[in-house]
Design a protein around this ligand. Structure first.
Ligand code: HEC
Length: 112
């Protein structure tokens, strides 16, 4: 019995560790954000025109729908979640770039 629960513990620890590794390692996110002028309206740790990327990461922490939802928001733009100022659309960004930058934002925008 104790062996079984130890194994369960091992599984949980492993799952947490790999999620952490994923969150800390989103290569290219910062570069994509810079090259698409995201940083003109967003900063990593303070509000500019839009919410800080760390605020966004905090709001959607644990939300499994967030990557898909926010990818659509980056592509199509929109307002009303954080205030009346709209987030512009980015129709020319590739899906891959959008996915990467959203994953980076949700990871708390590491490596600024
Ligand atoms: C012209 C200013 C501006 C630019 C440029 C901009 N944003 Fe935003 N962004 C905003 C504003 C304002 C909001 C808040 C929108 C709202 O309240 O719904 C926002 C919200 C967001 C959100 C959260 C959306 C939500 O529904 O919670 C994400 C993620 C985001 N921006 C990512 C990006 C990325 C990535 C880029 C670059 C590709 C970018 N933004 C460029 C102004 C901007």
């Amino acid at each position: 019995m104790s062996l079984v629960s130890w194994k369960w513990g091992g599984v949980v620890v492993l799952a947490v560790a790999s999620a952490g590794a994923y969150a800390a390692d989103v290569p290219g996110g910062l570069e994509i954000a810079k090259s698409n002028a995201c940083m003109g309206c967003h900063a990593v740790d303070r509000k500019l025109v839009g919410p800080s990327f760390q605020q966004i990461a905090g709001k959607y922490k644990g939300d499994a729908q967030a990557p898909a939802k926010l990818a659509v928001k980056v592509r199509d733009g929109g307002s009303g979640v954080w205030g009346a100022i709209p987030m512009p659309s980015h129709p020319r960004m590739s899906d891959a770039d959008i996915r990467t930058v959203v994953a980076w934002v949700l990871a708390g925008a590491p490596g600024k």
